[in-house]
Design a protein around this ligand. Structure first.
Ligand code: COA
Length: 185
């Protein structure tokens, strides 16, 4: 099993269907915390729903070689990272993430994102990873900036949440940025 140590009791694991009950427990405990920004938090209400979500990640991993990963803290699932389909012509994709409220404020997500950027840039040789957060999702924009994504502007009505168009702050990191950031760390 792929398990990447993130330090301080945290680790990353490739999403697998056996993790569905743990994923459901996490979503149930954080429905409004996640749902404030992610519609799927309100639609995953059974183990079957959780399995279907994970299955999407497994299919995408089989197709692109870029895993969706769950984040664990002291043996309990606390979050996850997903990737949208890879555009192999542009060697580009978009990253998404969520972390249960109890695990925030420790830098866990920043470390997890850096680990997955290593897979995307170093192993898969992608050239551009994008990240979009609603303009008023301060914690998510802070993660993007902390990890070193560059702000590229606002996609007005770039997403739909809760049936309404929302404005998205658009960030990106290039492979060259990643190499520079690694050298600086
Ligand atoms: C967005 C989200 C992942 C941010 O989580 P987070 O814990 O704030 O993110 P990080 O892992 O980068 O941690 C940063 C926090 O840990 C603190 N921290 C402690 N030790 C740290 C370390 N070694 N390194 C970095 N930060 C550290 C930082 O000061 C910061 O705390 P602050 O916000 O009080 O200043 C989380 O709030 C979330 O999942 N929200 C709901 C879903 C969501 O919005 N998803 C994104 C949709 S675009």
């Amino acid at each position: 099993m792929f398990k990447h140590d993130l330090g301080d009791g945290a680790d990353l694991r490739i999403f697998d269907r056996v993790q569905a009950p743990a994923f459901l427990t996490l979503v149930e405990a954080n429905r409004d915390h996640f749902g404030a920004w992610l519609d799927w938090a309100y639609t995953i209400t059974t183990v079957e729903d959780a399995q279907a979500f994970i299955k999407r990640g497994m299919s995408r991993y089989a197709e692109d070689g870029l895993p969706w990963t769950s984040i664990w803290l002291d043996g309990r699932m606390v979050g996850g990272i997903l990737f949208f389909p890879v555009d192999w012509h542009a060697r580009s994709t978009m990253i998404g993430y969520w972390l249960g409220q109890e695990a925030t404020g420790r830098g866990v997500m920043s470390r997890a994102i850096r680990a997955m950027l290593g897979v995307a840039f170093d192993d898969l040789k992608l050239n551009r990873i994008t990240l979009e957060a609603e303009v008023n999702n301060r914690p998510s924009r802070a993660v993007a900036e902390r990890v070193g994504f560059a702000f590229e502007g606002v996609h007005r009505h770039g997403w739909v949440r809760g049936g309404n168009f929302v404005d998205m702050a658009a960030y990106a990191m290039l492979a060259s940025d990643w190499q520079r950031l690694k050298a600086e760390r």
